[in-house]
Design a protein around this ligand. Structure first.
Ligand code: C5P
Length: 407
């Protein structure tokens, strides 16, 4: 379990259990590793196979499973993670937790853990308001268990009132906060710093339905925005169109074209650091047809003329009072990686270039990457890492440089 942030998700039996699949997907997008325990009742609402597929890890169900115990004993599992989250938490499991019962894998693990615990209760309104449940919750909160929800609304049983599980977006925000306080490293703090990150591709319109774009997924840029925010920076992410969710605690501005991205960047200045990870389209059609171009046999009646887009990283790097203390660009190259990347650093006037070799086409959309960090006086190869690890490593280096500039 080498992931820097890891959550053990305990799924107990309730209709809200289906929401855990979306929660897991979105946590993993933020680079958070997930291990799941599902109770017998939980497995009736969400299949362990779905949980395993979405979490990318084995799902634990049985207290006395020889195989599960060999892979990862439940005591180790309970203590190896950064957070234990019970989503949804039924009245029954909350009662077991309050009374220290340990008659299945979920309750045993909860008794064995020494990690922060979060519960997301979900149940019928009368079960929630019952004095027994309220007393159990009070005991748990006195012991330091964190709680999110329930909220008021329509319940699966057809009734209305308190008992609805908190929404996934709220769960994400609470989990993110709990994880940050348990992993934040003081020496790489960016509290009080402002950061700007560009991410994703751009869409350069040809007509109302067609555009020119590229294969960028936005994973690296989004991971960098999330890492900077985890270290305390106030982050604005300016993102081209991607399939990713907006990272938690990051102000995200959605744009389509390079010109919109540049305008949004200029609006955000001044910042301490600008990380330009977007794959900005180099060209845009000179004329955007207001009407959809008609398909016809043969070639188009007029060629699509392309104009150069503004180079955002070069513009941000221009000397002046609003220049960020640190401007970082990326270089995706298919040949002479380091030569081209070094030249790019000088041509654009930025401080660092993160160079990717994209010759084998395995970078776009993938989780891992090997990059070189090129500065004025050094070239460092970062070993093959996940994009989230690259984001973390880059963030620590950014924090170190900003600290030096302040000292
Ligand atoms: O020139 P090239 O596209 O290879 O440079 C890549 C770097 O420059 C990336 O950091 C990218 O975000 C940035 N860039 C930009 N504006 C452009 C083109 C690239 O900011 N128009």
């Amino acid at each position: 379990m080498h992931d820097s942030r890891c959550v053990l998700l305990i799924v107990s039996g309730g209709i809200a259990a289906y929401k855990t699949l979306d929660l897991i997907r979105r946590l993993r997008e933020q680079g958070i590793a997930i291990h799941c325990i599902v109770t017998e009742a939980g497995a009736r609402f969400v299949s362990p196979l779905s949980l395993a597929a979405i979490s990318g890890a084995p799902v634990y169900q049985d207290l006395f499973s020889l195989q599960e115990e060999t892979e990862m004993g439940h005591i180790r599992l309970a203590r190896a993670v950064n957070l234990v989250a019970v989503v949804p938490a039924t009245a029954d499991l909350l009662a077991k937790m309050a009374h220290g019962l340990a008659d299945d894998l979920a309750s045993t693990t909860l008794l064995a853990t020494n990690r922060p615990v979060l519960v997301a209760p979900a149940m019928n309104v009368h079960m929630w308001s019952h004095p027994a449940t309220q007393a159990n919750i009070a005991v748990l909160e006195r012991r330091g268990v964190h709680r999110v929800g329930p909220t008021c609304g329509a319940l699966a049983c057809g009734e209305e009132g308190d008992g609805r599980m908190a929404e996934v977006s709220e769960l994400l925000a609470v989990i993110d906060t709990l994880l940050s306080t348990s992993t934040e490293k003081k020496e790489s703090s960016l509290i009080g710093r402002r950061a700007l990150v560009t991410s994703g591709p751009t869409y350069e319109a040809i007509d109302p339905v067609r555009y020119i774009s590229n294969r960028s997924s936005g994973r690296q840029g989004h991971a960098i925005a999330a890492a900077l925010a985890r270290h305390g920076a106030g982050v604005t992410l300016i993102s081209g169109p991607t399939a990713l969710s907006d990272p938690g605690r990051v102000r995200t501005i959605h744009v389509e074209s390079a010109c919109e991205m540049l305008a949004a960047c200029q609006d955000v200045l001044p910042v301490d650091v600008a990380v330009c990870a977007a794959a900005v389209g180099d060209w845009r059609p000179v004329r955007v047809s207001q009407k959809k171009l008609k398909k016809r046999a043969g070639t188009l009646p007029q060629p699509i003329l392309l104009a150069n887009n503004p180079d955002i990283v070069a513009i941000l790097s221009q000397p002046g009072s609003r220049r960020p203390a640190l401007v970082i660009g990326f270089a995706a190259e298919t040949e002479s990686l380091l030569d081209n990347a070094c030249r790019k650093r000088t041509a654009k006037g930025c401080d660092w270039i993160v160079a990717n070799d994209v010759a084998n086409n395995q970078v776009f959309g993938s989780e891992r990457n090997t990059v070189h960090l090129i500065t004025e006086d050094s070239v460092t190869c970062l070993r093959s890492m996940t994009k989230v690890e690259i984001a973390e490593s880059l963030t620590e280096r950014i924090a170190a440089v900003l600290r030096k500039k302040r000292d």
